[in-house]
Design a protein around this ligand. Sequence first.
Ligand SMILES: [Ca+2]
Ligand SMILES: [Ca+2]
Ligand SMILES: [Ca+2]
Length: 160
Amino acid sequence: MIRFAVLAVGLGLVLSGCGHRPPEEREPKEAPFHAPVEILLRYDANHDGTITREEMETGLKAEFDAADKKHNGCLDADETAAINHARWAEGLSTTSTIVDWNHDGCVDFNEFSNTARSLFDEIDRDNDGKLSPKELQRYGGAAPKPAGKDGDTEPPAERH
Ligand SMILES: [Ca+2]
Ligand SMILES: [Ca+2]
Ligand SMILES: [Ca+2]
């Protein structure tokens, strides 16, 4: 059921596409449900369908560094807005909007990583530091890649 809803929501977002504007004052916790694992799937660097904690941390760090134009270890409002806009454009915003949780005017790496890390912990039911396709699927992730089943169009492996 949940997965179906996720697909429907995802499709809706895709269809309505670029008409969306970021609702900047909206709190993430009130955001409508949107496959939460999408923000983690992007960290599957080797595309094996399993996300390790290392992959996630590496991905987060790379994203943070890329966003931290001034290289001061903190994302100011402009830098934060730039990321949130980009994520909105990708339809990933609702679960990955980054927030200056302690309101000190910048988003540090912990704040930046907070959502992904807590999601990771939640999904990693067996606490082995890896999110298997099976674990991910429970949270709206794509079904594990059908092994040996042809005729299916592969989802694009790489997106920017
Ligand atoms: Ca992987
Ligand atoms: Ca902060
Ligand atoms: Ca696991």
